[in-house]
Ligand binder design. Sequence first.
Ligand code: NDP
Ligand code: GDR
Length: 369
Amino acid sequence: MKTALITGITGQDGAYLTELLLGKGYMVHGIKRRSSLINTNRIDHLYQDPHEQHRNLVLHYGDLTDSTNLIRIIQEVQPDEIYNLGAMSHVKVSFDTPEYTANVDGLGTLRILEAVRLLGLSHKTRIYQASTSELYGLVQEVPQSERTPFYPRSPYGVAKLYGYWITVNYREAYGMYACNGILFNHESPLRGETFVSRKITRAVAQMALGMEKCLYIGNLDAQRDWGHAKDYVAAMWLMLQQDAPRDYVVATGITTTVREFIRMAFEQIGVNLSFEGAGVEEVGVVQACDGSFPFTVGQTVVRIDARYFRPTEVDLLIGNASKAQQELGWQPHYSLPEMIAEMVRADLELFRREQMLQQQGFKVLKQFE
Ligand code: NDP
Ligand code: GDR
């Protein structure tokens, strides 16, 4: 039985990866942060009572800013594989918390690598580093591949650049099996609520149920190569099963604007949307609707809020994953329309439940952004 350690196990990718590894018969250890409210919602369905004798999922308290804690956990677990998914992963928030982001996303990666080296596990433990298409930043060439130069455009991107290179350096300097997955955006019903995909599908579901009137959004022109998280965690695992460690781009090769994503999400509930006006005055207006949801033709359901723009933006991402396809045999299985349909369905179910609770007189907590 192989043993894996996952940082960021409570996040979107951590949850799907845990499911994948448990399905393959791994013993999985995860690092969770202490928080004032329980933060394991995404993996609750995999939870095993600590009093059970034969558990294959164990959580440890820890933090990527705490070296001694990481050293102790790695010493205890003696992992065959470490998936370093923990990060302050929100690009816009990284402009507000640049130092913390550098500490967690940049130095956090170093702490993991150095712990493995100091503990003499360099030849046992394989390491996956969650690198990102945000490294490409300002467009140098498209589609972006492993050979495209980096030009990050946010404190998050710059911190991840350090994480990328320190992983390469430890591989070259100490012969460690350490690789970077340069993953393009990937989403799912488990996506954090403030990333644009989930923000859109939640708003569409809330509007369909008459719980909201309008979606306030930032840059509609940004283009992203969006895939499904379930497909992408499979690529992470494949990267650690090869004869030699290498870095791989993981992407669908198809790019879509935020505007088009919104249009596709509304289509899921039978609403045909068109965009009118320009710049911050641009709005999304209902052209036609099938009548089962509370919309009227001519209603404005999308507006721009400059608050959501970033000081420096990444305009266009489109990935070339041919190396991963050829060497790992990796292929995405979900299309963007299928993924959006799944996300809208899940959010409709979520908000129907909330509505029922409200109707029964229970208070539903408001989430602020
Ligand atoms: P999430 O934001 O959903 O999850 C991030 C995880 O990191 C959470 O478990 C979070 O814990 C944990 N974390 C945050 N800060 C710390 C810290 N100081 N110490 C330890 N753990 C911490 O991200 P995703 O699952 O979407 O992404 C996984 C990784 O992949 C991240 O590194 C991200 O930057 C990277 N990535 C993501 C892409 C995407 O499109 N999703 C694309 C490319 C790269 P908590 O639950 O307590 O907040
Ligand atoms: P991104 O994802 O920054 O690409 O980082 P996000 O979904 O936050 O933004 C995608 C694009 O949408 C534009 N946008 C908005 N974004 C948000 N969050 N909220 C809005 O209201 C809004 N309006 C427009 C953004 O400007 C951007 O262009 C994600 C994260 O998962 C990173 O951790 C990961 O490394 C990269 O994907 C690949």
